[in-house]
Design a protein around this ligand. Structure first.
Ligand code: NAI
Length: 349
């Protein structure tokens, strides 16, 4: 079925408020999830609402968190999130990072003890809409093997980057550092289909095409994705004094506990480096040049990073966001949750 952005936002916000979350955080959670669905990133949209609601009800997401921001220097800040909504903490921390970068040209803000924050592009685009370059990365549940390993150590540790272009446009790159999300493995199981041999490994660490044999996921580009995961883990975990690597909490383990996750924002004000107009014009020029690159055989065209999401949003604004029926049914129902996520599976993202 199809639904407008406004309706989707309202339905999600109503659920979070009913679960007991405060108004500010319910707003940010709904906004980040709507952002994802409105760009076709359905893995991080409304599909997550019931899980978050169950966690809010069970107090694993603090309903009235005490957020505290401390400036350790003119360009370094720490945002203590009290295991409140990751979306609210990451958005508010990005606002602080933008303010600081306006003064000094660059800022680095770490968010400590937060809950899952969803699609990271939301936060980096917040920086880009303020004429800044935004970079963000965060920890997630350990479910990916280090290159050559037979057991999981890192999470799917995502990285996002946004830069401002001309006329309010932005360019965004936003990805997990694993080849595929765990959800895609579950999807293949439900369809009784095999998977490509570069998605996951079995208990012995051997690549498998059987979705039922997958015991851990594989990093993108072998040792290179593994290296990126390590970087994300150090910058958003160890640097912030938080659990790291295999010690990071799992999404579905105990919904009554806070997740104690970490995230790091880096913001750069291009005007401290170059003329801002020249910068945005040149970013736009490079986006156009990428679109003009001759496509390879079997490709229709070359998209700049994030373009497919932008096109999806334009289509959805015209025709409504595509939403799976049972998710809509849940959103309009009176039921808060079906007690189905607690201790469900060690894998999630
Ligand atoms: P994806 O694989 O769908 O896309 C990755 C990137 O590639 C995007 O920037 C996309 O615009 C670009 N892209 C895709 N196809 C393209 C094409 N044909 N041409 C040019 N660019 C193209 O994203 P992925 O890795 O599945 O991540 C989805 C979301 O999940 C992200 O928003 C990420 O932040 C989020 N995530 C969040 C986690 C968390 O713990 N908070 C953990 C893992 C992912």
């Amino acid at each position: 079925m199809r639904i407008t952005e406004e309706e989707l936002f309202q339905l999600m916000e109503t659920k979070f408020l009913k679960a007991g979350l405060n108004k500010r955080d319910a707003h940010y959670m709904s906004d980040v999830l709507t952002f994802a669905d409105a760009r076709g990133i359905h893995s991080h949209g409304a599909v997550r609402v019931e899980y978050y609601v169950e966690r809010i009800v069970k107090k694993g997401i603090t309903r009235e968190p005490h957020f505290e921001f401390t400036k350790n220097s003119s360009s370094v800040g720490i945002f203590e999130a009290d295991n409140g909504s990751g979306q609210a903490a990451a958005a508010l921390a990005m606002e602080k990072a933008v303010e600081m970068a306006k003064e000094t040209g660059v800022s680095v803000v770490g968010i400590r003890h937060m809950s899952h924050s969803g699609a990271l592009g939301y936060f980096t685009e917040l920086a880009a809409r303020n004429q800044m370059i935004g970079i963000s990365m965060c920890q997630s549940d350990p479910m990916v093997v280090p290159y050559g390993g037979a057991e999981a150590y890192y999470g799917t540790n995502p990285i996002a980057f946004s830069a401002p272009a001309n006329n309010g446009e932005v360019i965004t790159f936003d990805m997990a550092t694993s080849v595929q999300a765990w959800g895609k493995i579950l999807d293949k199981r439900s369809r009784a289909e095999s998977i490509p041999d570069n998605w996951g490994v079995d208990k012995e660490g051997k690549p498998t095409t059987d979705p039922y044999k997958v015991n851990a996921l594989l990093p993108i580009a072998g040792p290179k994705g593994y290296g990126l995961m390590m970087m994300v883990d150090i910058l958003s975990g160890i640097l912030l004094g938080l659990p790291f690597g295999k010690h990071v909490s799992s999404m579905y383990e105990d919904l009554s506990k806070g997740r104690d996750l970490g995230q790091l924002h880096i913001v750069i004000d291009p005007s401290f480096f170059t003329n801002i107009q020249r910068f945005t014009e040149t970013v736009s020029q490079s986006m156009e040049e990428l679109q003009g690159v001759k496509p390879a055989e079997s490709f229709e065209k070359v998209y700049y990073p994030g373009e497919i999401m932008k096109l999806k949003r334009e289509e959805y604004l015209e025709n409504g966001i595509e939403l799976v029926d049972n998710i809509y049914d849940y959103l309009i129902s009176d039921k808060l949750h079906h007690n189905q996520y607690d201790h469900k599976n060690k894998f999630a993202e």
